[in-house]
Design a protein around this ligand. Structure first.
Ligand code: ADP
Ligand code: ADP
Length: 231
């Protein structure tokens, strides 16, 4: 499960120029696709359409998950199958454990700890079990962007969806944080179908397929090696 297909997708925000034009691609089960392209190229629109923030109208093409048009499944069941790791994760003003456990109702402490470890949160972010109730946010600990992203990754690991939408941070991170996030992402992506707005070189290099977007169209595609040979 987790096969994704965009079939000749066209999309226009009201009163705007087309944001996507004739976009077709497939993510096989467990495959990884990296979206690259300058700001405004249409990368986020692809993720939003798959998550059904907007629905395609008749004649705008189709988006299929496991062969089924996503307009024919309930939004709730679609979203259960999709994990989202946003660029800037918003955390609840609650314990880190709560923020992670939110990924799965009724998760045990062991499950939360396991997810936290797989998300490389072994350092100062979470100390077991004494700081279990330390709150994040204003009066608790402050987390860096990279740490917040790892909380989101741990939460998504617990949710365990077959499909992942990732919006990688553009902000520069120090190298140790970078390494931890890279490992966390590898643990998350393994065995799942993923569609990433990719900024990290490692994500691009490891993707099965890179789609280069410009003005709503796919202008080049291939894996890292193929694209290097092209240019
Ligand atoms: P990217 O993620 O590659 O930066 P987007 O998918 O956000 O690109 O944007 C594609 C195009 O759609 C751009 O021209 C952008 O201005 C426009 N756009 C994006 N979001 C909206 C929106 N909510 N309302 C109107 N236009 C939008
Ligand atoms: P608000 O707009 O209400 O101030 P924010 O968007 O700044 O909220 O943050 C939303 C939630 O994310 C808050 O409940 C806060 O606890 C948490 N949060 C925001 N920034 C950080 C941070 N750097 N470290 C930890 N938690 C944060």
């Amino acid at each position: 499960d987790g096969e994704i297909e965009f079939d000749n997708v066209n999309f226009t925000y009201e009163g705007r120029q087309p944001a996507l034009r004739g976009v077709s691609f497939r993510v096989p089960k467990g495959g990884s696709v990296a979206l690259v392209g300058e700001s405004g190229a249409g990368k986020s629109t692809i993720l939003r359409l798959l998550y059904r923030f907007y629905d395609l109208k008749e004649g705008e093409g189709r988006i299929l998950v496991d062969g089924q048009d996503i307009r024919d499944v309930t939004q709730a069941s679609l979203r259960k199958a999709i994990g989202v790791v946003p660029q800037d994760a918003v955390l609840f003003n609650a314990s880190i454990a709560y923020n992670i456990g939110y990924g799965k109702l009724g998760a045990s402490q062991d499950e939360v700890e396991e997810a936290a470890k797989a998300a490389q949160m072994h350092d100062r972010i979470i100390t077991f079990p004494e700081n279990y109730d330390t709150k994040v946010g204003e009066r608790g600990i402050r987390l860096s962007g990279g740490e917040k992203q790892r909380v989101a990754i741990a939460r998504t690991l617990l949710k365990n969806p077959p499909i992942l939408l990732l919006d990688e941070a553009t902000s520069a991170l120090d190298t140790s944080t970078e390494r931890d996030i890279q490992k966390a992402l590898q643990n998350l992506v393994r065995g799942r179908s993923s569609l990433s707005i990719a900024h990290r070189l490692s994500t691009i290099a490891n993707a099965d397929l890179i789609l280069v977007l410009k003005d709503g169209q796919i202008i080049e595609q291939g894996n890292h090696k193929q694209l290097l040979e092209l240019n």
